[in-house]
Design a protein around this ligand. Structure first.
Ligand code: PLP
Ligand code: COI
Length: 352
């Protein structure tokens, strides 16, 4: 693969306690183009702006999908990825739904590994930080007819990042959205398509104005069943079970979600995927049956929920703090990701 190194390396962040999320980018990026479904071999080039025609498909019709994963630095200096093939496999599911070509998963992973190795010095080391990895694919024909593009661009960029939420593991406040919907079955809610995030922005903006961090979406038909939050899947710990909404086509099949289900089972917790109504959650808060709630995601990791607001009613989950099980799952998951705990399931992938 062709690698063109930058002649102007950027200053790496000195203060790793203040990286924020997705604001700083490394020196290089990977880029690969497909014409009529056939990919070229791609290349690594200096990080910089892309030049696209103003009539490009992605700008008008939003033919775009992306992924999110991380590279972690271990205490002994190794670099680990977490279930990276799952991300590229999911990208293929998203791409197929938006009529874009499949990636060769092995090739995409080896391209990523080359890129991470080249920019390895950018991986932050401070506890809780990581190198956020953002693969992206978009349709790029210079014409205004509504067709899936013949020309497709795939790229990977890297961003040294801290916690996704400014508060870190501090409990989030979530607004249960009663009116707007994110996705319906048969649509593209199960993909990581930019359009799913565009459609969520107004609700998130209005929730922020009311003092909430994120929106919890309900199903698009009855507005009755819990779906997911803007950037994470949801888990609810009741006295006798840990519930996450079943995958029915309108929510993302989170890789963290999949991992949490396994880790919970390993801990002897009765973890189930099923339909969960918002009424059951509200009743659980009121009766004390609901002990904890948390979101799961690559960027969000495990993010405890301290308060839900449903139709103006403030519902404090548990004691409003970080629940015991949420903390244990956070410690176990990050322990595996940062190489501190044994990786019994073979989830980590060493970059070398
Ligand atoms: N749901 C949505 C809408 C997301 O954007 C994300 C983040 O990627 C998730 C769930 C969690 O998925 P994962 O655990 O694979 O990061
Ligand atoms: C991730 O968790 O990787 C995401 O993609 C979430 C988000 C920043 C959209």
């Amino acid at each position: 693969m062709k690698i063109t190194r930058t002649t102007h390396p950027k200053q790496k962040p000195e203060d790793e306690s203040n990286l924020g999320f997705g604001r700083i980018f490394t020196d290089h990026m990977f880029i690969m183009n497909a014409v009529d479904g056939v990919w070229d071999e791609g290349e690594i080039i200096p990080y910089g702006p892309l030049s696209i025609d103003p009539s490009s498909t992605v700008l008008h019709y939003g033919q775009e999908v992306f992924e999110g994963m991380k590279a972690y630095k271990t205490e002994d200096g190794r670099t680990l990825l977490f279930r990276p093939k799952d991300n590229f496999e999911r990208m293929n599911i998203s791409a197929a739904r938006l009529c874009m070509p499949e990636l060769n998963v092995e090739y995409a992973l080896s391209s990523l590994v080359n890129l991470v190795k080249l920019d390895e010095e950018w991986i932050p080391k401070q506890a809780g930080t990581s190198l956020y990895i953002r693969p992206n694919m978009f349709g790029n024909d210079a014409k205004l007819g509504v067709n899936s593009a013949h020309n497709v661009v795939f790229n990977i960029i890297l961003s040294p990042s801290g916690a996704y939420y400014a508060g870190g593991l501090a409990p989030t406040r979530i607004f249960v959205e009663p009116e707007y919907v994110r996705a319906v079955r048969g649509g593209m809610g199960f993909t990581k398509a930019g359009g799913n995030y565009a459609v969520s922005m107004l609700a998130a903006h209005e929730a922020h104005l009311k003092g909430y961090d994120q929106v919890l979406w309900l199903d698009g038909v009855e507005r009755k069943y819990v779906e997911e939050v803007g950037a994470m899947n949801m888990f609810f710990l009741f006295k006798d079970e840990l519930v996450t909404p079943a995958l029915q086509g309108s929510i993302l099949a989170g890789i963290t979600r999949r991992s949490v289900l396994q880790l919970a089972k390993d801990m002897g917790i009765n973890a189930v995927e099923r339909k969960l109504s918002i009424d059951e959650v509200v009743d659980g808060v009121k009766s004390g049956k609901l002990l904890e709630a948390f979101g799961s995601g690559t960027a969000a990791v495990i993010s405890p929920v301290g308060e839900l607001n449903f139709h103006g009613e403030k519902l404090v989950v548990g004691d409003g703090g970080i629940g015991e099980v949420s903390q244990k799952l956070y410690d176990t998951l990050t322990g595996i990701q940062y190489g501190r705990l044994e990786d019994k399931h073979g989830w980590t992938y060493e970059v070398k």
